[in-house]
Design a protein around this ligand. Structure first.
Ligand code: FE2
Ligand code: FE2
Length: 155
């Protein structure tokens, strides 16, 4: 059965997001460029909103806090890809693991949140399968947002 989202759920989503955005460790994402002139901070906020709207649309009951934590930390790799000697493929494979490593210096992640981050590049070979509704939502929302940022945004 589909879950009917309530205004309280929307409020809780916004609360979880603002709590995390007020965390000093999240500030750093504003300095990391991503996708043609944007920042990782803006990308992660878009992923959170898109994933939450998808959950609403699908009527999937989810853990809203885990979804928001996963969205804001899925790209917590903290380097500018343009300054790294790595290929795009190597970045795709490595950055989710670095994101978990970096995030765990500031946040206590549970197994589900760790899987959300580690699996967001699925189906790239070598990437673990998303194991929760929250992980599937972030995996899809990340691709939608990246496509929008790369190909549809005016600058
Ligand atoms: Fe990523
Ligand atoms: Fe991403």
């Amino acid at each position: 059965m589909k879950y009917q989202y309530t205004p309280e759920d929307d409020l809780y989503f916004r609360q979880c997001l603002s709590e995390l955005l007020a965390h000093p460790a999240i500030e750093q994402l504003k300095e990391i460029p991503q996708h043609k002139g944007g920042t990782t901070y803006a990308h992660c906020v878009s992923v959170a909103g898109t994933a939450y709207r998808l959950a609403r649309r699908l009527g999937w009951k989810i853990d809203i806090r885990a979804l928001v934590n996963g969205a804001m930390l899925h790209d917590y790799y903290l380097y500018d890809t343009r300054t790294m000697p790595w290929s795009d493929y190597r970045h795709s494979l490595v950055h989710p693991k670095l994101a978990v490593e970096n995030a765990e210096k500031h946040f206590d992640l549970d197994a589900r949140e760790r899987n959300i981050i580690l699996s967001h590049m699925w189906p790239i070979p070598g990437t673990p399968l998303p194991r929760s509704r929250e992980a599937w939502l972030i995996c899809v929302a990340d691709k939608l947002c990246a496509f929008r940022e790369l190909y549809l945004k005016k600058r």
